[in-house]
Design a protein around this ligand. Structure first.
Ligand SMILES: Cc1cc2nc3c(=O)[nH]c(=O)nc-3n(C[C@H](O)[C@H](O)[C@H](O)COP(=O)(O)O)c2cc1C
Length: 146
């Protein structure tokens, strides 16, 4: 069964709600195994065993969170050759400006030559029903492509 790795930094109730919606979206797709890893505990072995990746982070000072950056610092060279073409999706949540965070993720996934499998999801403020539905859709879109 294809494995969808979810690497996330989830430091608040709003982001926990986002993560729950992402899990629901994956569960809509049969025959995909979700593998959830907080970004500070995910490693190269998780990526190498995955058929696709979902990345989730708050915007922090105009960049991805330090936790997700640590993940990329850890996996970059071990995965550089082996994971070219890996399908991925990303959500970013912030108070008002996620542009820098989204750009930082786009830059490093581009360097890894991962393949964007769904449009990046840009969330600001308290996640409402439409935001949570967009999270389900992001997750289901990446999952169904595996
Ligand atoms: C140190 C720090 C830096 C932050 N920088 C940004 C930022 O650059 N852009 C933004 O939109 N939100 C920023 N935020 C807000 C977080 O993205 C937000 O707190 C997080 O997504 C969780 O959402 P919540 O506080 O509504 O639970 C920052 C928060 C902290 C603690």
């Amino acid at each position: 069964m294809p494995r969808l790795l979810v690497v996330h930094h989830t430091p608040s109730p709003a982001l926990q709600a986002v993560l729950e919606a992402v899990k629901e979206g994956i569960a809509l797709v049969e025959e995909v195994e979700p593998v959830l890893r907080p970004a500070l505990s995910a490693g190269a072995a998780d990526v190498l065993a995955a058929d696709g990746v979902l990345l989730g982070t708050p915007a922090n000072i105009g960049y991805m969170s330090g936790a997700l950056k640590h993940f990329f610092d850890t996996v970059y060279y071990p995965c550089l050759d082996a994971t070219a073409g890996l399908p991925f999706g990303v959500w970013v949540h912030g108070n008002d400006d996620t542009a820098g965070a989204l750009a930082s993720v786009a830059r490093i996934t581009g360097a890894l030559r991962w393949k964007q499998a769904a449009a990046p999801l840009d969330l600001t403020g308290a996640p409402g029903p439409a935001d949570l539905e967009a999270c389900r859709e992001l997750a289901a879109t990446v999952a169904v492509g595996l």
